[in-house]
Structures are given as C-alpha cells and as structure tokens.
Design a protein around this ligand. Structure first.
Ligand code: AGV
Ligand code: CA
Length: 314
C-alpha cells in the first residue's frame, strides 16, 4: 500500500495524545515526525507521553522521533486543562516497561519540522492539533518548505460561536487560534492548502456517557481500554454544554486524514483577526483566502472508525 508522509504537531491535550495513538494505527500513514508545543498541556509530560505512546502502540511504525517546541503563546490555556497531560503520562499501560525508547530530537519543534519536510521523499501532509506557532516560525525560517507541503490539516477556528471564555475577549474565537492569533495570521498569508476542522464539525462529536460505555464494553481490546482510560479524566456532556465540556476535536481532525469520507467540506474565503477583543476569530470575507472548511461529520461512522483503529493496537 502506498503511504502518505505525515508530520504531526500537537499540544498535549487528551485528544492530542489519543490522536497520536490513532495515527500510529493507520496503515496508509508514514509518520515522519512528531512535535509537542506546550499550549493545552505541559511540555515534559506531553513529550514523555508521546514517546511512551509510540513505544507501546507504534511498534509497526519504525522509530518515530519526537521534538519539543520552544514556542510560547500570547494567551495561555487554563492550567486545569493543561494538567490532563500529567494524567495521560502516568497511565500504567504507558509505564510498564519503565523506559522511553522513541528518540528525542535535539532540535526545537519548528526546526525539526523543517528538517523532516526537507528530508522526506515527496510531499508531506502537516497535521496540527494545537496552535500554529511552530509552523509560522518554520515558514519564516525556511520559506522553501512550502513547496514540499501537501496540505495542512488543522483543528482550529469557527464561523459560529467560539469556545474562548476569557476576560477582555468577545467569545468569537476558537482556542487554538486564540493562543497565538499572529501565527494563524502568518499561515493564512502562505499559499498552503488548508483543511480547517472547525467547531462546526467537532461539536457533533462530544464525549458522552454513551461513548464511554461503548469503550467500556470493549475494554478487552487493549487499545479500546486505553481510549477509556485517557478520557476518564475529562468531563462528558450530560445536560448542557459548559466551558469544560470535552469534544473529540483533535481525534475527528486526525480521523479525517485516514478516512476523508467521514467528513464534509466546503470552500470558505476567510481571514484571521490578530488583535483586539476578537483576536483569534476566523471570519468569512469575500477577499479572504480560501480554506476547505470541514463543517460536518457522521458521528456514528466516526466513533466506529475510532474503535476499529483502537482494536488494531496491541
Ligand atoms: O479548542 C479545541 C482544542 C483542541 O485542539 N483544545 C482542546 C483540543 O485539544 C482547547 C480546548 C477548548 N476547550 C477545552 C480545551 C476544554 N474544555 N478542555 C480542554 N481543552
Ligand atoms: Ca489540541
């Protein structure tokens, strides 16, 4: 089977780490590298958890290198959310061997990305499930890589209600844009094709008690048990949405790489607001750049695909 080169940059949330686990099970993916930015997680546990997930669940992917980002954002995530990275890193299934074997790169994430894109045979698909800071820096340092990027698949943005509830903000932004609005603005100026997995589609896949029960019922599969354990630390949607309700944002984004048929896309012309009370807002504009907005999904097909992939993990 022919494989697609994929480089993955994530920010250490539960769904970021589960996304890594899912990517490792996709036969058609050649994972050229992973990097971690300390946005919705802390750098050390998110990096260690990534290496342990590669060790434990990525045995048929060959050595995959992990790099740490030295990027810092403008608007920090709430610490309560970031603490999830310690929880995943401490799961016993990831600590059985007491060792970390996946190599840690000496390069900072943005330079690691440059190295892996330049070194790949053919083009690379970039999968980003956190802010775009490392990509913006990579493009500034090495504009030549743009020609070798197949496309960017990004969990970010919304054209409806945002999920940022912070003082001095008007609530129109999605968090991954808000953390570093200037980085998103910079990437919008590039010619890279962007698939935007926005809140329009991710809001269709909340973590619910029914989803949890489904994983619990199949916990005899080690990979499905891993899903249940990862999400055990996250509040589900029961009565109505709150600021801490958990969706499978990044996992849907990652699944759209392996199974493009489970999402719907349309072209939207838009720009990014970089400053002020709406900073981080993605806004439709006739003269804006085109993106492929992933605005819908089939939740049943998505959750089935997710469990099927997890069953492959051993
Ligand atoms: O805005 C969604 C992004 C995704 O990349 N993250 C979480 C996912 O990893 C930020 C976020 C928004 N609301 C959250 C978030 C919440 N209630 N808990 C944790 N992270
Ligand atoms: Ca994330």
């Amino acid at each position: 089977m022919s494989q697609t080169n994929v480089y993955f940059n994530h920010d250490g949330g539960v769904d970021d780490l589960v996304s890594l686990f899912m990517l490792l099970q996709m036969e058609q993916v050649h994972l050229t590298g992973v990097s971690v930015i300390p946005a919705d997680g802390y750098l050390e546990p998110a990096t260690d958890a990534s290496r342990k997930i590669i060790d434990r669940f990525g045995r048929n992917k060959g050595p995959v290198e992990v790099a740490k980002s030295n990027s810092r954002g403008k608007n920090p995530f709430p610490a309560a959310w970031r603490l999830h990275s310690f929880y995943v890193d401490a799961l016993p299934v990831l600590n059985e061997s007491g060792q970390m074997e996946a190599p840690l790169s000496a390069l900072p994430a943005h330079q690691h990305l440059i190295e892996k894109v330049r070194g790949a045979e053919g083009k690379t698909l970039l999968l980003f499930t956190g802010p775009l800071t490392d990509l913006a820096r990579a493009l500034d340092e090495a504009p030549d890589i743009e020609a070798k990027i197949d496309k960017l698949v990004w969990m970010g943005g919304t054209f409806e209600k945002g999920n940022v509830e912070e003082p001095e903000h008007d609530g129109t932004a999605e968090w991954n844009v808000f953390w570093d609005p200037e980085a998103a603005y910079r990437v919008w100026q590039s010619g890279i094709t962007i698939d935007l997995v926005a809140l329009e589609s991710t809001s269709k896949v909340p973590l619910t008690p029914a989803v949890r029960n489904r994983w619990a019922a199949e916990r005899c599969y080690e990979g499905v048990d891993f899903l249940g354990n990862c999400y055990a630390g996250c509040p589900p949607l029961v009565y109505s949405e709150t600021n801490s309700t958990y969706y499978l944002w990044d996992v849907l984004t990652t699944a759209s790489v392996g199974r493009p048929d489970i999402v719907k896309k349309k072209t939207v012309h838009c720009s990014v607001i970089a400053d002020g009370p709406s900073q981080g807002r993605t806004v439709e504009q006739a003269e804006g750049r085109p993106v492929n907005l992933v605005y819908d999904t089939d939740p049943e097909a998505f959750f089935t695909y997710m469990a099927d992939l997890a069953k492959l993990a051993a």
